[in-house]
Ligand binder design. Structure first.
Ligand code: ZN
Length: 212
């Protein structure tokens, strides 16, 4: 069993405080939906949300400010089940069922991508990636943030493995090549800012054909 990759404290704070960009919030809500919240995690969320609200609030907090932040987190993570689903993928966790989806697009051998329509913040948007067993994305870095959560299957980078519910937080300092290591295809949701960037001469030649 690999170490579990949870969302970083910084992102959890921003999520709980309602300041995380909408695309990243969708991925964090999905991550929380896949990891049933233990009392410890709930306590930690309460703690970080409280700290974040103290940092943000110019006035003393109202008594229910933290309750409101937690209710927002709950609404993003859980109550989506009450909304009518808008897409054709019943296997998706509740936070993703509320969005319409674009058509599957081919991105390379064994790699397909599909837009999650709605949550955007400038060039940052949400996509679904489906990669077949044994296949990988091109080795790449990123124009901005890339926050990925595994929905089914598993993938590995050079030194880490990501299973269902795990989150990978990458940015322009990260060079990686996720490769599927499960016997089933790996389905992921990602918030991606800009395009992935392929290094080297071959990468520059391939770049126009690799559009996420
Ligand atoms: Zn990446």
């Amino acid at each position: 069993m690999s170490a579990r990759h949870a969302v970083s404290d910084d992102r959890l704070i921003a999520y709980a405080a309602g300041t995380l960009s909408p695309p990243e919030a969708v991925v964090v809500a999905t991550h929380l939906a896949l990891r049933p919240r233990s009392e410890d995690v709930l306590r930690a969320l309460t703690h970080v949300a409280g700290d974040a609200l103290e940092d943000l609030a110019p006035e003393p907090l109202s008594a229910d400010a933290l309750d409101q932040a937690l209710a927002r987190a709950e609404a993003d993570g859980g109550e989506a089940e009450a909304l009518p689903p808008l897409n054709d993928m019943p296997e998706l966790p509740a936070p993703l069922r509320r969005y319409a989806l674009g058509p599957w697009r081919w991105m390379g051998p064994g790699v397909r991508v599909r837009d999650v329509l709605g949550p955007r913040d400038g060039d940052c948007r949400v996509i679904l990636l489906k990669i077949e067993p044994g296949r990988s994305t091109p080795r790449h870095t990123h124009g901005g943030v890339e926050v990925t959560c595994v929905l089914s299957g598993a993938y590995a980078t050079d030194d880490e493995r990501f299973d269902v519910g795990d989150i990978e937080e990458a940015d322009d300092h990260t060079l990686h090549q996720p490769r599927v290591v499960s016997s089933e295809a790996c389905l992921c949701v990602a918030a991606l800012d800009g395009q992935i960037l392929l290094p080297g001469l071959l990468g520059r030649l391939m770049q126009p054909f690799v559009r996420l």
